[in-house]
Design a protein around this ligand. Structure first.
Ligand code: ZN
Ligand code: ZN
Length: 627
């Protein structure tokens, strides 16, 4: 998983979802209708001019035949100008998205989520759809074409979220002021007094904000209602932090007094909202709530906008079912191979899943000591880098070493590891590999995490998050700097690449082809596959909790805690869980097609470098460009 420094709302949700120390999986839950990801996905801009990685042959193939070069440049320029204007306008109409992207010009303005605001948003969307509609995609070069595809999708998705999905009516957790406050308070984009003055203006609108929220909610789901109530405690914590920071600052006595008043009014508004939701929830005990399952029709549409796959949700679900069977067959063989070595004389159960589960359980006891968790991760990164270079998988840039560090305290909450890249407007910031040490965990929690991130899985985690996974993909994306892609990049491509990277490393012989490594890899991969099966089964096919828990624990070898967290997540989000497998399976298919097309001329390294050269575009768009 790639942690784009998620908005606190999501982080709070993770708190609510997972006991501290429930390693990994920092979720990027529920994206707001008006924005793509919360900002910090992007990168150092201006690193090297677009490299000739595409090669002239590819560029020519991707472009329509008789295309005058001059008009191409003119169209590209027109597109770049238009997307620049669009972003400027977007940040003005949507200060919260701007903040998440690292743009603080309008941070003093809190958007009020009322009907008038939504009408304004809709008009904005239609205006920009019309403007981008005038651009002829066939006249653009690859970079601009993929930018246009992403922007059109973003606008159409926003329109759909506002008019069809209408989360503002049924998801009370959508209303949360904490994320932006946290960003402004904790990002040093300006001196602290200036940021505090911005926040003082911003919090003036909080009572109006929650009044508009109540006005907007029609028939919520009980699950999201209860989540919003649980999150209100976290919102109050952020308000408390803010108050303390203000009172301890160099603001004037008058400003400090105004702070006290506004914080008090904000607390009252948050408490009032939570109390109102609590009543609402109670009133729905006997029925009348909206079901959390979104159903087939909405699911397919949402999948189309969020994943941007070449396949439908149903086709992807079918692919996941057969991928799972393949994995299990393999794991069956590997468990037989490992049985005597791991289980000795123990009787082998006839049930396939039971047998696999026993071998995995046994192997999981091989893990680093608690104190070595962080040092071991740090030790592995240069080894992975060397492996990728010496096995001709990708060209690595030695000038961009990854900084492994302990996760800053204020960002902790979900243990594990994640890549944190600077937002597109903070190119001077470094990219970090944040690792949360196990210091604050009980012995039991730490042991459970260490078993999960055992000798083999820890390596796979580093491959996924860092090299050649998320970090490497970012470095490549930065060679063709696109602010559009860094803000609206395709999540399925990004996650799909990291999942693909795991397999590609093992195929290259990393881990000595040991059956233990392949078995653990398969368990890990089965998680992505099962996420897709679970999400579709629950939202479209009506799968019940007991079946879901069985699917996760007995058929995917997850711990009861992991399974119940996942059940919670699938009730509160939809479609996002499919992004890993969807992206991965499309990349695998594309690689196969390229092998068929190129025959003996297929070179794995070239495939990887060309694939990554387009930036974080949807795989189906990259596929078109690679033909
Ligand atoms: Zn990831
Ligand atoms: Zn142990």
């Amino acid at each position: 998983m790639m942690k784009t420094k998620i908005a606190l709302g999501a982080l709070l949700m993770a708190f609510a979802l997972a006991p501290a120390g429930a390693a990994k999986k920092t979720q990027k839950h529920g994206k707001a209708a008006s924005t793509a990801k919360a900002g910090k996905t992007a990168k150092k801009k201006g690193a090297a001019a677009p490299k000739a990685a595409q090669g002239p042959a590819v560029a020519a193939a991707a472009a329509p035949a008789a295309k005058p070069a001059v008009s191409e440049r003119r169209q590209d320029k027109a597109m770049d100008t238009l997307s620049g204007q669009f972003l400027t306008a977007l940040w003005r109409i949507d200060p919260e998205s701007a903040i998440a992207a690292g743009k603080y010009d309008n941070a003093a303005t809190l958007s009020i989520p009322d009907q008038a605001g939504r009408a304004k948003q809709l008009a904005f969307i239609d205006d920009w759809l019309a403007r981008f509609g005038k651009i002829d995609a066939r006249q653009l070069s690859d970079k601009q074409r993929t930018d246009l595809a992403l922007l059109s999708n973003k606008l159409n998705a926003d329109r759909w979220y506002l008019t069809t999905f209408r989360e503002f009516e049924w998801n009370p957790a959508n209303y949360n002021i904490a994320g932006s406050l946290d960003f402004i308070l904790n990002t040093e984009y300006a001196a602290q007094p200036q940021r505090l003055r911005t926040l003082l203006k911003r919090i003036a609108g909080v009572p109006q904000y929650y009044a508009a929220a109540r006005e907007s909610i029609a028939t919520p789901t009980r699950e999201h209602t209860q989540l919003a109530v649980a999150q209100s405690a976290g919102v109050l914590t952020v308000l408390g932090d803010l108050d303390r920071a203000a009172q301890a600052s160099i603001l004037t006595p008058a400003e400090k007094q105004l702070y006290t008043q506004r914080i008090a009014a904000a607390r009252t508004a948050v408490n009032g909202y939570a109390a109102w939701l609590g009543e609402l929830d109670k009133s729905m005990e006997q029925g009348g709530a909206r079901p959390f399952r979104i159903g087939k029709e909405l699911y397919e549409q949402k999948f189309g906008y969020d994943i941007q796959s070449g396949s439908s949700a149903e086709q992807t679900y079918q692919k996941a079912l057969s991928a799972r069977e393949q994995l299990l067959q393999n794991m069956d063989k590997l468990s037989d191979e490992l049985w005597a070595k791991t289980m000795g004389e123990a009787a082998k159960p006839s049930d396939r899943n039971q047998k696999i589960g026993m071998v995995i359980d046994k192997l999981s006891s091989k893990h680093v000591a608690r104190a070595d968790f962080f040092p071991e991760i740090r030790r592995q990164i240069p080894l992975l880098q060397d492996w990728v270079s010496s096995h001709n998988l990708l060209t690595m840039d030695p000038k961009k070493p990854l900084v492994v560090r302990e996760t800053p305290l204020y960002q902790r909450g979900v243990a594990g590891a994640s890549i944190e890249a600077p937002g597109p407007y903070r190119p001077q910031d470094r990219t970090y590999y944040n690792v949360t040490p196990l210091d604050s965990e009980t012995a039991e929690q730490a042991e459970s995490n260490l078993r999960e991130y055992n000798h083999w899985i820890l390596q796979i985690l580093n491959i996924h998050e860092a090299i050649p996974g998320h970090y490497t993909q970012l470095v490549y994306a930065n060679k063709s700097p696109s602010i559009v892609k860094s803000i609206f990049g395709n999540g399925a491509m990004i996650e799909g690449w990291a999942v693909y990277g795991e397999r590609m490393m093992l195929e290259s012989g990393y881990g000595d082809n040991a059956p233990e490594m392949w078995l653990m890899y398969s368990k890990w991969n089965l998680r992505s596959v099962t996420n897709t099966i679970l999400d579709y089964s629950v939202h479209v096919l009506g799968m019940k909790k007991e079946e879901a828990i069985d699917l996760l624990t007995k058929q995917a070898f997850q711990t009861p805690r992991e399974a119940s967290e996942k059940w919670r997540r699938v009730q509160l989000t939809s479609v996002q869980l499919t992004s890993y497998f969807s992206g991965y399976s499309e990349i695998m298919e594309l690689r196969e097609q390229r092998k068929q097309a190129l025959g003996s001329k297929f070179v794995l390294k070239d495939f990887h470098e060309q694939f990554l050269s387009y930036g974080s575009a949807p795989v189906r768009v990259i596929k078109e460009l690679m033909q």
